[in-house]
Ligand binder design. Structure first.
Ligand code: SF4
Length: 294
């Protein structure tokens, strides 16, 4: 992918060339590694198909997860009639829980941007397709743009919870999803960057603290909450609200925060939620083979 390319540089290229941002992303990729833009687009299309299939197949199902700390969250939310949230958010959250629980059950998912945070992007793409009936070409372009935001974060910080905390996984997923919504609806890359920046600022410092090191609690439900943060950030950006701090600088700040996180808050299963009394007693139950699924 594009080496050390910042968002602002890419935006300048797109504006000077008067070309759609997603096309510029593909061309920059070609300049960097020789990949054919048409082939890249077709790979993204194939990923999109897989993500939609995975979300559809697992939607609202009860799953048997590796250690049984989750598995019926998607099912419960799918049966629930929302009181305040929109149909779009409800569908995206159910799909996010469904795919995150599928991941916890070792089923096929697209690790976009990572396996632990895969629910966010699957959920958003599914809701855009199912509820808003966005056509496939626009979804492909949105996914290309989401990808470049994720790529910039990966190259500047990391997308691994063990390196920079959950801000790097769930935070990145939410930023990508938020940018994707805005791009799909407006084709405005600058607005998309504000959505991504608003998201990252809201999730900055989020620690990686899975109970026992298993990607179940708090990971699965965090995927659904991140969907809500991504939607809120996208709606703000669509309304014209800007992030005072530009996306590239937010990512640099995120890198510094990631470096300052102690080891116990970076996927070791010791700190944060993993270090609570209840988590310790769950771990003991796991060792003796008694776990209450939730
Ligand atoms: S808590 Fe850690 S393992 Fe779980 S989703 Fe976040 S980064 Fe991934």
């Amino acid at each position: 992918m594009i080496e050390k390319m910042k968002f602002l540089q890419l935006l300048n290229v797109a504006q000077k060339a008067n070309q759609p941002f997603h096309e510029v992303v593909l061309v920059e990729q070609m300049l960097e590694d020789g990949s054919d833009p048409l082939e890249m687009k077709s790979k993204v299309r194939s990923l999109l198909h897989t993500m939609l299939e995975v979300a559809e197949y697992n939607y609202g199902k009860v799953q048997k997860t590796l250690v049984g700390l989750c598995g019926n969250n998607a099912y419960l939310l799918s049966l629930y009639e929302p009181k305040v949230m929109s149909e779009f958010m409800h569908t995206a959250m159910v799909a996010a829980l469904s795919v995150a629980e599928a991941n916890a059950s070792m089923k096929k998912i697209v690790a976009c941007p990572t396996a632990g945070s895969c629910g966010v992007m699957h959920g958003m793409i599914y809701a855009l397709a199912k509820v808003m009936r966005i056509d496939e070409d626009r979804l492909v372009n949105g996914l290309i743009v989401a990808g470049i935001f994720g790529d910039i974060i990966a190259k500047t910080v990391s997308i691994s919870g063990s390196v920079a905390g959950c801000q790097a996984e769930i935070g990145t997923a939410a930023a990508m999803a938020s940018a994707m919504i805005v791009y799909v609806l407006t084709q405005d890359a600058e607005k998309s960057s504000h959505a991504a920046a608003l998201c990252l600022k809201s999730l900055m410092g989020l620690v990686c603290d899975p109970i026992g090191g298993y990607v179940e609690v708090p990971c699965v439900k965090r995927n659904a909450v991140a969907v809500a943060v991504a939607i809120a950030s996208a709606e703000m950006a669509l309304s014209g609200i800007k992030s005072v701090i530009p996306f590239d600088e937010v990512v640099e700040a995120m890198a510094k925060v990631g470096k300052s996180l102690p080891e116990e808050l970076r996927e070791t299963g010791h700190g944060g939620i993993a270090g609570t009394k209840t988590a310790c007693s769950i771990l003991q139950s796991l060792r003796s083979g008694v776990v209450e699924e939730n």
